[in-house]
Design a protein around this ligand. Structure first.
Ligand SMILES: [Zn+2]
Length: 580
């Protein structure tokens, strides 16, 4: 989101912009039904596959996959920057872009960075003055020099320590809000976000503090609390400890991705300087791009419990398109109940490194995981394994790595590699979403038999195409569910509810600066039926219902499983009874 121009102005501008006029001034458009067509200006073609939809405010090329809004088109076609494109659009519509001195992004960013570093020092001072917090860190095995290296601090147990110190004027409070350091109350007052917590500064590659993670010291809930997304902080992009690792190591031979900042700090305390943690999100493609730029070897280290296994599988799925010869991804599961922090403290650095070295190679993990879901002793089971592997193999780029994986799979299912390749079909090269290439079918169903999209994906597609359908949805229904893309779905629903007039293009522009924005563009290009019988609101509500139901089933399974191995506590028993 641009700091320079107010978001509501951008929303409004994008909603009102006439994309047909904007593109029509540069490319010869022909009307075709409700849309307009042209030969694509971004790739060479003889038959037009470039489509402009005035109702969505969106263009899309079925040939090369180019897509975007009026703003995006100006940026691509005329090579404008985002701000230039907004200005150009505003100009052509005869409106002035609101801006004033204090909104200048450079200044605003500088001010926010400056604020973050002052708050960081304030909390470091807080740690020095609080023997209890120091003692707590010592008990967790963290010495003074490690604490200093990571800039750890302590936020006192008070509602307005930061507010009183840094929020002395309305402008100052605005900055605290923008930096995610205070929270606004319903009655208009404010209070500190972080209280009675050990504070971990989260830094960008240049070492500037862009966010904080806070670990509750006592029994406070939640145990871990992070800064919200702000103009400085996009959690899907940042990795805790990356800056510190690059400071400590001249050459990075490997990275180990762990789940928490406490793990990173504990490992560093034991001389393991190459660990990084995601910040309350699954591993994203952005994360992997960053890491693979610095090293060829990435180990993923997870707890051995169910949540850890789920996170590992998601990491594998994200890693597939990044895997090629020379690159190595390994999956390491610590014994149940252990995390890297407790493991390294109990067994030492050498044991931890050995655990990493004993990790499962991506291909072995993939096969082992799938093999668990089928009965390999039967022909059916082996065929099923090949079926399960098919979409996964398709995401790995063509090359030696993929060939080797197919060979191992062939061995597991007892076929020759050649035969298995036939079973796998002509798997397309990874890196391209097939939906871009395939012309979307007309018809009421988005769930075609080929490459069945998930319910989340379907809901996002519906929502992008019919933002107005979000109005009556109950987001609470899918609160607490974990599934790829569900956070994005929630955010989209909330945005569409808060901005009832937002268009497809408006939603895309909101997510322009987000890694996920790219995927949204593709989904917005899916043709959703526009006839009268089709009720997007009902369809969406149905998707949410399906998700909620599946979530409930998973929770029941989880509780039953837990009951079998462990025992349920009082509240879990009640929950299970109610769920059933
Ligand atoms: Zn094209």
């Amino acid at each position: 989101m641009a700091g320079l121009i107010p978001q509501d102005f951008i929303d409004d501008l994008v909603a009102r912009a006439d994309i047909v006029e904007v593109i029509g001034r540069r490319v010869q458009l022909k009307k075709a039904g409700r849309e307009f067509k042209a030969c694509c200006p971004f790739h060479d073609e003889k038959t037009p596959s470039f489509t402009v939809s005035p109702s969505k405010g969106f263009y899309h090329c079925f040939g090369c996959g180019a897509h975007g809004t009026a703003v995006g088109f100006l940026m691509e076609f005329d090579h404008m920057s985002f701000v230039e494109a907004i200005e150009n659009l505003a100009n052509s519509m005869g409106v002035e872009v609101p801006r004033n001195e204090s909104d200048r992004p450079a200044r605003r960013y500088d001010e926010l960075f400056d604020l973050m570093s002052r708050v960081e020092r304030f909390w470091q001072q807080g740690l020095r003055e609080n023997p209890q917090a120091v003692e707590y860190l010592k008990q967790r095995g963290i010495d003074g020099s490690t604490a200093k290296r990571f800039g750890l601090g302590y936020a006192v147990d008070a509602w307005s320590a930061v507010l009183d110190k840094f929020g002395t004027s309305p402008e100052a409070i605005d900055r605290l809000l923008a930096a995610g350091l205070v929270i606004r109350k319903d009655n208009g007052g404010h209070y500190d976000r972080f209280r009675d917590r050990i504070m971990f500064p989260i830094r960008d590659v240049r070492g500037r503090c862009i966010a904080f993670g806070g670990r509750a010291m006592g029994g406070g809930e939640p145990k871990y609390l992070n800064s919200p997304e702000t103009v400085l902080f996009h959690k899907g992009r940042e990795l805790y400890g990356l800056h510190e690792a690059r400071q400590a190591l001249r050459q990075i031979d490997r990275f180990v991705v762990v789940e928490g900042y406490m793990d990173v700090v504990a490992l560093a305390r034991h001389g393991i300087d190459f660990s990084v943690a995601t910040l309350g999100t699954a591993t994203t493609a952005d994360h992997l791009n960053r890491l693979f730029r610095l090293t060829e070897n990435i180990d993923f280290c997870f707890d051995g419990d169910r949540a850890g296994k789920q996170a590992a599988w998601r990491a594998l799925e994200t890693a597939l398109p990044h895997i090629r010869e020379g690159r190595q991804a390994r999956f390491v599961f610590l014994p149940d109940g252990q995390d890297p922090d407790s493991y390294v403290n109990a067994h030492g650095a050498d044991a931890f490194i050995r655990a990493l070295d004993d990790g499962l190679a991506l291909s072995d993990y993939l096969i082992a995981e799938l093999a668990q879901q089928v009965d390999l002793d039967t022909v059916d089971g082996r065929a099923r394994l090949a079926e399960l592997a098919k979409p996964l193999v398709a995401r790995i780029p063509q090359g030696v790595y993929r060939e080797l994986l197919i060979e191992s799979l062939a061995q597991t299912v007892g076929l020759t590699a050649g035969k298995l390749e036939k079973v796998l079909g002509r798997t397309q090269a990874a890196g391209h979403d097939q939906s871009v290439r395939r012309r979307p079918r007309r018809g009421p169903s988005l769930t075609g038999s080929a490459g069945k999209p998930s319910v989340v994906r379907r809901a996002i597609t519906l929502l992008l195409n019919h933002p107005e359908a979000a109005a009556g949805l109950d987001v609470e229904k899918i609160a607490g569910l974990s599934r790829p893309g569900i956070d994005l779905l929630r955010d989209l629903i909330e945005t569409a509810q808060q901005e009832p007039n937002i268009t497809t293009a408006g939603l895309l522009e909101r997510w322009r600066h987000d890694e996920q924005g790219r995927h949204l563009g593709k989904l917005a290009a899916v043709e959703v039926p526009g006839d009268e019988e089709f009720d997007p609101a009902a369809e969406l509500a149905d998707c949410l219902g399906q998700l909620a139901l599946a979530g409930r089933r998973e929770r029941i399974d989880f509780l039953i499983e837990k009951q079998r191995v462990n025992a349920l506590d009082e509240s879990e028993m009640t929950e299970l009874r109610q769920l059933r």
